[in-house]
Design a protein around this ligand. Sequence first.
Ligand code: GLN
Length: 190
Amino acid sequence: MVKIGVLGLQGAVEEHRQRLRDAGAEPVTVKRPEDLEGIRGLILPGGESTTIGKLMRQYDLLDPVRELARSGTPVFGTCAGMILLAKEIEGEEEAHIGLMDIRVARNSFGRQKDSFETDLTFKGIEGGPFRAVFIRAPHVAAAGPGVEVLSKFQDRIVAVRQGNLLATAFHPELTEDLRIHRYFLEMVQP
Ligand code: GLN
């Protein structure tokens, strides 16, 4: 079974582990740099990006994860995970992993819409719309030429891919629909 890491410092870790199991992969919770050994892909879960970024620095995970992504291992960021991957975060000086050529805006959908669900079409996924759960979600305010837009909500970009990097502003682990996890696993096993 292919081993996929789930960064386990904070946030929606268990839900991703379950979806990976459902999709036939073996989840490995990553809390220390050693945990990255032997994994073929890595999921960065939702949570609070500032906290996760701080913990990644504290646990010496930021550089190893950046190296892993740079070397071509597929990395999938959901919600806060998208923010961690972005090269630019609006209103903030510093990026975290900073490898994806996107500028993200945090908490984009306003107070009344702190959390909501909607049906989205997602490029590369068959079988009709995907039920997307947004929780204090970011959106992609700008994307470089190498970034493929996979999904939009109204006029806002909410899912992107750049080579081995995949990011969604919503939480695909919170529904039982495995299609986006399977899409990621296909990046792992071409
Ligand atoms: N609002 C959070 C942040 O900015 C992300 C929310 C989430 O991951 N559900 O980091």
